[in-house]
Design a protein around this ligand. Structure first.
Ligand code: CP3
Length: 356
C-alpha cells in the first residue's frame, strides 16, 4: 500500500508529535450536506445507500471534498450487525431505526447466529475496500462498530428508547440471557472490526452511545467488560502500521480511568467533560478525542472560534488530542458553520505543537 500523505490523525492517537491538531467530525457524511441528500435520494433509502459500495464511497468522500479533514470514516451504520443476525432492520422516516423481530427471551438469543463478516456483511467490507482505494492515501480511513451493550439496547428494545425498560428488566431479571447476548455480540464485533482492518480500515472506533444510561456497577459488567474483550481480540497492526482503537462512551466521564485501562489507544469524550480534567485523569495512558458540543455549530462564527480556542487551551500543549464534536453533527447545521469550525481548528491549533 502507498504511504499516507496525511497521517496526523493516526499519529495523534498514538501520541506521536504532530504539526497541528487533527480533526474529523462524527457523522461528517450526512443530511446536513445537500450533496448527501441527493445521493441518498438516488439510492432510495438509507440502508440501500449503505449496501451500495460505490454510493457509500461517494458519500464518505463528500465531506473531504468540502473541508480539509484529517480522516475519512466508513459510511455505514452500527446496526448492520443485528441486521445480519436476522432481526430485520428498517428506518421509519423521522423515527429512527426499528427491528421487525426484536429479541424477547433467552430462546431468541440462544438461536442468534454470529455473522461471517465477509458473507452477510460483505457489502461493508466491499465499501471499505472501495473507499480505501478512492482515498488513494490522502487521509486514513476509520472503521467502526457499535459496542455490544449499545447494539443490545436496539435489539431488545426494538428501536431507540428513552427509558431502556426492556433491556434493564432483562439485566435485573434474566442476567444470563443478557450476558449470552453480549458475549455473542462481542464475538461478532471482534470479527467484524478485524475484517474491516483486513479490508483496509486504518483505525477503528467503538460507539457506546448508551453505556452512560447504566448504573456505576452495571457499566463495567454490561458495557466496558465486553469492550475490553473486543480490544484484546483486535488486530493491532496492519501494513506495518499500528491500528489505533478509540472507545467512545457517551456520558462516560465517570469511568475514564477504567476505560483507559482496557488497553485502547484513545477515549472519545462527549461535551459534558472538561477536557483539561480528562487529560489529567488519564495521564499518558491514552489520547483523547473531542469534545465540542455539536450545538455550538448553530452559533455565529466568532462564538464557534472561541469555543475551539477554549477546548484547545483546555487540552493544552502537545500531541494526543484529536479534535471532534462530542457527538454527531445534526442535520440542521449550516455547512458553512462546519467550515468555520474545521478552519478554526487548523488555524488555532498550530500554536499548541512544536514545529518540526
Ligand atoms: O460518522 C459518519 O459519518 C459515519 C457514519 C455513521 C452513521 N451512523 C451514519 C448514519 C456512524 C458512525 C453511525 C453510528 C450510529 N448509528 C450510532 C452510534 C453513534 C451515535 O450517533 O450515537 C447509532 C446509535 C446509530 C443508529 C442510528 N442510525 C440512528 C439513531 C440513526 C438516526 C436516525 C434518524 O432518522 O436520525 C441512524 C441513521 C443514520 N446513520 C444516518 C446516518 C447518516 C441518517 C440516515 C438518513 O436518513 O440518511
Amino acid at each position: 500500500m502507498a504511504e499516507l500523505k496525511n497521517d496526523r490523525y493516526l499519529r495523534a492517537l498514538l501520541k506521536e508529535p504532530v504539526d497541528r491538531t487533527p480533526i474529523w467530525m462524527m457523522r461528517q457524511a450526512g443530511r446536513y450536506l445537500p450533496e448527501y441528500r441527493e445521493v441518498r435520494a438516488q439510492a432510495g433509502d438509507f440502508m440501500s445507500l449503505c449496501k451500495n459500495p460505490e454510493l457509500a464511497c461517494e458519500v464518505t468522500l463528500q465531506p473531504l471534498r468540502r473541508y480539509p479533514l484529517d480522516a475519512a470514516i466508513l459510511f455505514s451504520d452500527i446496526l448492520t450487525i443485528p441486521d445480519a443476525m436476522g432481526l430485520g432492520l428498517y428506518f421509519e422516516e423521522g423515527e429512527g431505526p426499528r427491528f421487525e423481530r426484536p429479541l424477547k427471551d433467552f430462546m431468541d438469543i440462544a438461536a442468534l447466529p454470529v455473522p461471517d463478516p465477509e458473507q452477510e456483511l460483505g457489502y461493508v467490507m466491499d465499501a471499505v475496500r472501495t473507499i480505501r482505494k478512492a482515498l488513494n492515501g490522502d487521509v486514513p480511513l476509520i472503521g467502526f462498530s457499535g459496542s455490544p451493550w449499545t447494539l443490545a439496547t436496539y435489539m431488545v428494545e426494538g428501536g431507540s428508547s428513552k427509558t431502556f425498560t426492556k433491556i434493564k428488566t432483562m439485566a435485573y431479571q434474566e442476567p444470563e440471557a443478557l450476558h449470552l447476548l453480549l458475549s455473542k455480540l462481542a464475538d461478532a464485533v471482534t470479527l467484524y472490526l478485524n475484517a474491516q482492518i483486513a479490508a483496509g480500515a486504518q483505525s477503528v472506533m467503538i460507539f457506546d452511545t448508551w453505556g452512560g444510561v447504566l448504573s456505576h456497577r452495571d457499566y463495567k459488567e454490561y458495557s466496558l467488560g465486553y469492550m475490553q474483550q473486543i480490544v484484546e481480540g483486535l488486530t493491532r497492526e496492519a501494513d506495518g502500521r499500528k491500528v489505533p482503537v478509540t472507545l467512545f462512551t457517551k456520558n462516560g466521564g465517570l469511568w475514564l480511568e477504567a476505560i483507559a485501562d482496557t488497553g485502547c489507544d484513545a477515549i472519545g469524550l462527549d461535551w459534558t467533560m472538561n477536557i483539561h480534567d480528562a487529560r489529567k485523569r488519564v495521564g499518558d495512558k491514552v489520547a483523547l478525542q473531542g469534545n465540542m458540543d455539536p450545538a455550538v455549530l448553530h452559533a455565529p462564527p466568532e462564538r464557534i472560534q472561541q469555543e475551539v480556542q477554549m477546548i484547545l487551551d483546555g487540552y493544552g500543549y502537545g500531541t494526543g488530542h484529536v479534535f471532534n464534536l462530542g457527538h454527531g453533527i445534526t442535520p440542521d447545521v449550516d455547512p458553512e458553520h462546519a467550515k468555520v469550525f474545521i478552519d478554526a481548528v487548523h488555524d488555532l491549533s498550530q500554536a499548541y505543537h512544536t514545529p518540526e
